[in-house]
Design a protein around this ligand. Structure first.
Ligand code: F6P
Length: 334
């Protein structure tokens, strides 16, 4: 027997009105998560207020009522219809106090936050200083949140990057060139590692492993390999990024090369089926957790099960990169 809803309809709490927002870097699937949140709330007869432009909108009172129909036809759309921002003001106590006052003026009893570690740091402080219950939905292409195997947006972003590398490979092969491909991930190498393995890269550089200029040089000059090669670099893996690395390397490796920085292309586009389903599960679970009385947690999925993790832990604890994948990338580029 499958239990579709973890809590029966109308069984819970005093929460009558929730606010929902997207914050930080957008990720494909944020709209699918928003849809799940608004519709789960509607199912439980809870009012929803959409807070636009993340914490900036919370501070400025940029809020709109939402209902089941206001999230029609968005499941397939990238970006976020609520808009997003990175707010400096919210990093101050005064900014958070203004936001809390606005929430209270709008009668909001709890929040659902869709975002990454910056978003959840903000939500932790808002709860600790103003006791506003908040449940998080992990939405970031970086996949760097503790408490979930995958974040919403990661699957789409890695597929976008692998598709780009397949295309780069064609032209790299045609010209016998080395391509240095920079992917996103300032502090984490989850994208780079999966993209490197999925795209068959000759070398993958990630921030979790110390810069190793010599290892790349050796790899590119191994006999029989003086043709096209792909080096995948997470943006935070080498100071100066791929452009600088390529220039320095050209003094030692005399092969024609080009640099491609994939950048924000990885953040856009229609979410994959996997991201949509994850967004649906976690968005819905977040509302139910809030209604069940959870105060400050993130809804994640670990080993195919929904788990709630203390909000503070999601950004304070480090989600470790799988070291067997680092090994695999090396073995397969022998
Ligand atoms: O956090 C997601 C992310 O895409 C990172 O991978 C990247 O370093 C950063 O955002 C870029 O942020 P911005 O869009 O503000 O340039």
């Amino acid at each position: 027997m499958v239990n579709l809803m973890r809590f029966p309809k109308d069984s819970m709490t005093k929460i009558k009105k929730i606010g929902v927002y997207t914050s930080g870097g957008d990720a494909p699937g944020m709209n699918a998560a928003l849809r799940a949140i608004v519709r789960t709330a509607a199912y439980h007869n809870i009012e929803v207020i959409g807070i636009q432009h993340g914490y900036t909108g919370m501070i400025n009172g940029d809020m709109i009522p939402m209902g089941a129909r206001s999230v029609s036809n968005i499941i397939q759309r990238g970006g976020t219809i609520l808009k997003t921002a990175r707010s400096r003001e919210f990093m101050t106590r005064e900014g958070r106090a203004r936001a809390a006052a606005n929430l209270s003026a709008h009668g909001i009893d709890g929040l659902v936050a869709i975002g990454g570690n910056g978003t959840f740091q903000g939500a932790t402080l808002l709860y600790e200083e103003h006791m506003i219950p908040t449940v998080g939905v992990p939405g970031t292409i970086d996949n760097d949140l503790y408490g979930t195997d995958f974040t919403v947006g990661y699957d789409t972003a890695t597929n976008t990057a692998v598709e780009a590398i397949d295309k780069i490979r064609d032209t790299a092969d045609a010209h016998d060139r080395v391509f240095y491909v920079e992917v996103m991930g300032r502090d984490s190498g989850f994208i780079a590692l999966d993209v490197g393995i999925g795209g068959g890269a000759e070398y993958v550089a990630i921030p979790e492993i110390e810069e190793n200029f010599e290892a790349i040089r050796q790899k590119l000059t191994t006999s029989g390999r003086q043709r096209s090669s792909i080096v995948v670099i997470a943006e935070g893996a080498f100071s100066g990024g791929a452009v600088d690395l390529a220039k320095r390397m050209s003094e030692f490796v005399h092969l024609h090369y080009r640099v491609t920085v994939l950048g924000h292309i990885q953040r856009g586009g229609s979410p994959s089926a996997r991201d949509r389903v994850l967004a649906a599960k976690l968005g819905s679970a977040a509302v139910e957790a809030l209604l069940a009385g959870e105060l400050n947690v993130m809804a994640g999925e670990v080993n195919n099960k929904i788990v709630l993790t203390q909000m503070r832990d999601t950004w304070e604890k480090r989600k470790e990169i799988d070291s067997s994948l680092i090994n695999l990338a090396q073995v397969l580029s022998v």
